[in-house]
Design a protein around this ligand. Structure first.
Ligand code: PMP
Length: 298
């Protein structure tokens, strides 16, 4: 088999990514009843693998999913999909779907055998080079983030109807992507990324309504050695407009400086100096083996 485009694990076996398919009856498909996590591999090493496994297990427990795979077995499977693919730079996903109900048409989530799926695919920068260069343009979308009382934002999920609406609004208005406020007006996050503002020497990210991103954590960790003060606290729309700089963080691209939010243009309409420094430091630390777990390709 040719694993060069990616390798997957499902139903207890390893297959090329193109052959990994789920049945239409799986609630992951029919009910968006799935959780997942994505860790990246750079130069043959997993970045903060244990943090991703911790978060994945919190998500599994939060959604009452039990695929019957131990953490140790997951580690082995994740290493194996990367090794099979031979990729030195990859996205590695772990997923668990509710599965197919034992009685077709059942409305009972307890009637399903939960799945565990993992795959490794080649790393791609999700943000276009020209956007990296000029700094992203964000729109604060009209749609509020779904209530935290209904959906815990710290558990990873694909219930992205609000983000998707926001992203279409952003595209329609000529922006790259959207960030959402909660129904009380506080900044939360965007579709697949956390948000930060820089004000004076403070690097601030929301304390509510957002995933505890691993890249977010990495940036908070980096601040002190760069002489910056990391802050986790509430951010209002006014704070966002009055910030010196804005940037976003995600596994799929790292630190992304922003040049504009709505009508506001930051600095000289380019990536701000602190955002650029955090981005450079984040990737330089990767080269130095920071929080890296080597993949066994043997
Ligand atoms: N928020 C959401 C909703 C996400 O899906 C992601 C992507 N995993 C993030 C934030 C960023 O988290 P991380 O840095 O762990 O990729």
């Amino acid at each position: 088999p040719d694993y060069s485009k990616g390798a997957a694990y499902m139903n207890g076996t390893y297959v090329p990514i193109a052959e990994a398919r789920i049945p239409v009856g799986d609630w992951g498909f029919t009910h968006s009843d799935v959780t997942y996590d994505v860790v990246h591999v750079t130069d043959g090493g997993f970045f903060r693998l244990e943090d991703h496994l911790d978060r994945f297990h919190r998500s599994l427990e939060g959604y009452r999913l039990d695929p019957g795979v131990t953490r140790e077995e997951m580690r082995t499977i994740l290493g194996k999909v990367v090794a099979l693919s031979g990729l030195k730079d990859a996205f590695v996903a772990m997923l668990s779907t509710r599965g197919v109900p034992r009685v077709y048409g059942s409305r009972d989530p307890a009637d399903c055998d939960n799945t565990f799926i993992a795959y490794a695919v080649p790393w791609v920068d999700v943000i276009k080079p020209e956007v990296q260069e000029r700094g992203a343009h964000l729109l604060v979308a009209q749609v509020p983030r779904i209530s935290q009382n209904s959906l815990d934002p710290t558990l990873k999920n694909y219930m992205w109807r609000d983000f998707t609406r926001g992203m279409f609004e952003a595209k329609d208005k000529g922006f790259d992507t959207a960030v959402l406020l909660d129904s009380e007006g506080y900044l939360t996050e965007g579709a697949g990324f956390n948000v930060f503002i820089v004000k004076d020497n403070k690097v601030i990210t929301p304390d509510r309504g957002a995933l505890r991103g691993i890249t977010r954590l990495a940036v908070l960790d980096l601040c002190p050695e760069l002489g910056l003060e990391p802050v986790v606290g509430p951010i209002t729309f006014e704070d966002l407009m009055e910030a010196d700089e804005v940037f976003t963080t995600t596994t799929a691209g790292g630190v992304m400086p922003c040049a504009r939010v709505n009508e506001r243009i930051y600095g000289n309409d380019r990536p701000g100096p602190i955002s650029a420094r955090l981005k450079e430091t984040y990737w330089r630390k990767h080269k130095e083996g920071w929080h890296m777990t080597p993949v066994n390709y043997a």
